[in-house]
Design a protein around this ligand. Structure first.
Ligand code: SIN
Ligand code: FE2
Length: 211
């Protein structure tokens, strides 16, 4: 029997990219409660893709702008196309965590205006991509993992760069910016599981400076 969990560890993924081990763990219940309020106002949905498919990850947003995919392409939109209303405001606890994590990773002064919420269940995956719809590429990306563990695929600046795979657990935060800002990344198909706080689900909160 394990009496003590391993202490949280940070991992430098590349210049400008850092995994902050379990950085968000102490805020987990507050983050999930705020997430539930966001989802009550703008439900999680599977968005359509420009090529006629559908994303396997369920998504919603909060903040001044939300990331949207549909048949016409990808963009940030101030309105939730599903409700016709603005996205729910960014909960103060979300923005605070993102700013603290960015600072810990060397990006002081990060104030996110968009938070994409991803919901993964067993077999859900996110294929290799760059985050490039944001106007301000000087700001980093802050990515918070809650619930079931996942395998993060961390590539390079080119799609063909051989990726490394890093396990992300509940509370982990990955920050990438500066020379790492355009790194290709993704999530391998999620393994089935049961997490004490989220059940069969992994949530990811991705904070950006989008507008
Ligand atoms: C993303 O790239 O938008 C999400 C990554 C993750 O789920 O950890
Ligand atoms: Fe991404």
């Amino acid at each position: 029997m394990m009496l003590f969990e391993d202490p949280p560890q940070n991992l430098a993924l590349a210049p400008g990219a850092m995994l902050l081990g379990r950085f968000a763990e102490t805020a987990d219940r507050a983050l999930l409660a705020a997430l539930a309020r966001v989802v009550a106002a703008s439900p999680i949905r599977r968005m359509n893709t420009p090529n006629g498919g559908q994303m396997s990850v369920g998504m919603t947003n909060c903040g001044a702008a939300g990331w949207v995919s549909d048949r016409t392409g990808y963009r940030y939109d101030r309105l939730d196309p599903e409700t016709g209303r603005p996205w729910p405001a960014m909960p103060p606890g979300f923005a605070d965590l993102a700013t603290r994590a960015a600072t810990a990773a060397g990006f002081a002064g990060f104030v996110p205006d968009a938070c994409l919420i991803n919901r993964y269940t067993a077999q859900t995956r996110l294929s290799l991509h760059q985050d490039h719809n944001e106007r301000d590429l000087a700001a980093p990306i802050v990515s918070v993992s809650l619930g079931l563990p996942a395998v993060f695929v961390w590539g390079g600046p080119r799609r063909a760069d051989r990726p490394r795979r890093v396990r992300l657990v509940h509370g982990d935060v990955v920050v990438w910016g500066g020379p790492a800002r355009m790194t290709f990344h993704g999530i391998d198909p999620l393994r089935e599981g049961d997490h004490a706080l989220t059940g069969p689900v992994r949530y990811n909160l991705t904070f950006r400076r989008a507008l």
